[in-house]
Each structure stands twice: as C-alpha cells, then as structure tokens.
Design a protein. Structure first.
Lengths: 82, 154
C-alpha cells in the first residue's frame, strides 16, 4: 500500500521534508508499522513525543492503515501543557 | 507550498478581525459578549522575541476548531461563538488568535470564551515558532539533546 506522510513544524525542520511517501508497507500495516519504517530513516523519531493523525483524525498506534491514507506526524502543540 | 488561508473557515493569514467576530455572534438576545485575543509578546522565558510564526496542518486545524466551537455550543447552552487563528508571520503586539462568545448572561460567555481558547491551544494542530535575533525555536518541540536514548543503535 501507498501512504502519504506529512510533517510539520520541528519535524519538518529536523527531517528537511514537508512530506514523504511510504510505498513498501505490507497489506496489513498499522500506524506503528508506518512509524517503524520512518524511524529506520530518522532514528530520533523512536523517542519523539508525536501524535499521529490518519485522514485528519488523531489515532492510536494500533490503527490499521489503508492504501491512499494521509498520515500526519504531529509534534507537541505550543499550548499543550497550559 | 500550503493553500491560501482563504480556503479555510477558521484560519487567516492576517490579523484576526475581532470586530467582525463580534458582529457575527452578538444578537439582541444577548446581554454579554466576551472576547479573547492572544497577542505576540516580546519576552519568552528570558529571551527577546522578534516575531512569531505559525505553522498548521490546515485542513485538520480547521476541522478541530469547528468541533471545539460545536462542543462549546453544546456545553454552555444558549451561546453564539466564533474563533479565528492566524497562520504565518505575526509581528510583536499583533494578535494571533481571537475568540468571541455571546450569551444572554455573562457566566456562559466568559466560560465559553475560556473553553474555546484553551481547547484550541491544546488540540488544534497549530505550531508556534519564536523568532529571535540569533535563531528560531518551535514551542513545544523537545530539545534534541534531551531526547532520551537518541544515540542508541537500531
């Protein structure tokens, strides 16, 4: 399946990319599988406190992905601790 | 890069227009209109800020702000409420976010205004960058040096 991955703010700065694509995920992939793939490319992601949105909704790591999904990696927001 | 903010209902590239928000919510049924504006402050944890910059996941931010406004209407009874968040550059002293809430009585207007700004700040995918004389920083971003186990082998 093909997944479009969007990056924002500090993640965009650290990776130098606003978006990328995952094309080599298996048919039964979850959000965690996508993150594992991305962590191989950017090891800092493994410990980075990000939230994940799938097609505009925040989802957990066990959520299954489908071909054509848009997955956004969301860094902590500025007012998150207020 | 990103689409113009004009495509979005709750995002704007200029200063949010508080008076147009008030005009949208206030009716003759209301005895109270409460407003909030977030403005760009020159000091941040001892650092001198030159300006702010906001990045957003535009379609999701728009959707989340709409959900928050709907939640406020459910929570605070007879209420008219509107909000607008700025995206892009925000000079010092200018506002980056505005909320207006109108209700027959002031407790609901105050509470709704507070609820909406707090929820936007914690839930909307909008990120603030401070611009200093000698660099920039994304607020909320973990320090690379403090990220645990960042050196570990995979």
């Amino acid at each position: 399946m093909r997944i479009r991955v969007l990056l924002f703010a500090g993640l965009r700065e650290r990776t130098g990319l606003a978006e990328t694509e995952l094309v080599d995920l298996g048919g039964e992939a979850t959000v965690q599988d996508a993150l594992d793939h991305l962590s191989r490319r950017w090891p800092f992601l493994e410990d980075y406190p990000l939230a994940v949105a799938r097609n505009l909704e925040v989802v957990n790591r066990q959520t299954p992905l489908a071909d054509g999904d848009e997955v956004a990696l969301l860094p902590p927001v500025s007012g998150g601790t207020v | 890069m990103s689409s113009p903010a004009g495509n979005w209902k709750y995002l704007t590239e200029g200063e949010p227009d508080l008076s147009s928000l008030i005009a949208r919510v206030a009716t003759t049924a209301d005895g109270a209109v409460c407003t909030f504006q977030g403005t760009a402050r020159e000091q941040s944890e001892g650092k001198s800020v030159r300006s702010l910059r906001y990045d957003a996941y535009h379609p999701m931010a728009d959707q989340v702000i709409q959900q928050i406004l709907e939640e406020a209407r459910t929570r605070f009874g007879e209420l008219r409420v509107a909000a607008m968040h700025r995206i892009g550059d925000c000079p010092l002293g200018e506002s980056s976010v505005a909320v207006a809430a109108a209700s027959p009585h002031r407790p609901e207007a105050f509470a709704a205004c507070r609820f909406v700004i707090d929820e936007i700040k914690s839930r909307a995918p909008i990120w603030k960058q401070e611009v200093y004389a000698d660099g920039t920083a994304w607020i909320g971003e973990p320090e690379p040096s403090r990220a645990p186990q960042s050196e570990k082998d995979s």
